[in-house]
Design a protein around this ligand. Structure first.
Ligand code: DGP
Length: 141
């Protein structure tokens, strides 16, 4: 159990904005902007890697719905959709942040300093490693 499980049971109050059989979405108490929403699976799943395959479609369908709502309902010009897995994840219950965005809202570049590959060969090496690793993961699943 965790704080988000307590929100699922109702033991901890939250401003719920979406609810279905598998997912729940509620306002983040410390929003980047008003409307910043957290979407969780009702079941206690810690990271994206742990999410059972049968929940993938409903979970991401709800994320898409919330992303649309930021524009249609909150008047946002776009949205930022993200999740932390383990690193920088302060609540160990999978959650997607859906944040309304506007041009010049001050969030530009808040996340990560971007870099460059040392060479095209280095980029090829990384892509190859990922392709091969992903093929192994797919073969093992
Ligand atoms: P992250 O740092 O990516 O794991 O995001 C966790 C978010 O959860 C953070 O933005 C604040 C929010 N949060 C933490 N505790 C509560 C809570 O009890 N209720 C609500 N609504 N949000 C919470």
């Amino acid at each position: 159990m965790c704080i988000f499980c307590d929100i699922v049971t109702g033991a901890v109050p939250a401003h719920v904005v979406h609810s279905d059989d598998l997912t729940l979405a509620f306002l983040d108490v410390r929003p980047l902007f008003p409307g910043h929403t957290l979407l969780i699976p009702r079941a206690h799943v810690e990271t994206l890697a742990d999410l059972p395959e049968e929940m993938l479609a409903s979970y991401f369908a709800a994320a898409q719905l919330l992303s649309r709502a930021m524009e249609e309902v909150m008047g946002a010009e776009g949205s930022f959709v993200a999740m932390n897995n383990k690193i920088s994840q302060s609540v160990p219950h999978l959650h997607i942040h859906v944040v309304p965005r506007r041009r010049k809202d001050g969030l530009r570049g808040f996340f990560w300093p971007r870099s460059k590959y040392a060479s095209d060969e280095a980029m090829v090496e990384v892509a190859t490693r990922l392709r091969e690793g992903i093929a192994l993961l797919k073969a093992g699943s």
